[in-house]
Ligand binder design. Sequence first.
Ligand SMILES: [Zn+2]
Ligand SMILES: [Zn+2]
Ligand SMILES: [Zn+2]
Length: 161
Amino acid sequence: MAEEKIICENCELEILSDSEFCPRCGIICIEEVFCSNHPDVEASGVCVICSEPYCEKCGYSDDLVFLCNVHDHYEVYEGMARVFGTSDEIEIHNIEGFLKDNGLHPFIYSRKSSPMHLGGSDYSLFRPSGDVKGHLINEIKLMVPCSEALEAEKLISEFKI
Ligand SMILES: [Zn+2]
Ligand SMILES: [Zn+2]
Ligand SMILES: [Zn+2]
């Protein structure tokens, strides 16, 4: 049988026509899916981290991605979730290798910004040095596909012991 593809009406990702939900934005493609917490309430999306359907009270979508209340702190970008951040390049490459050895698909994202030589001596000490979510601006992020986020975090916690 040929695999038929459709385009997600929300994020335009190409997905299999028999997909129950879009793995990138969490929009539900089939009828009658109910919230994991409220069996009589229709789900409004599938959390891209845990792949469970939730209603609008138990989850939230900002149009780009649906996350349940438990996983709404994840930084998600283009179907990838941030599972670790550091300014230590060696550490992050070690963890990347470890996740790859375990069959995951990590990706290192580095913004490579260096504000220090822009501001000179009066580079503001009074401005917060983090971005909107409070992460360090020169943080190197380790991203994995959303569906691998929980497993990756578990592996990272084992790696760090
Ligand atoms: Zn989508
Ligand atoms: Zn979730
Ligand atoms: Zn619910």
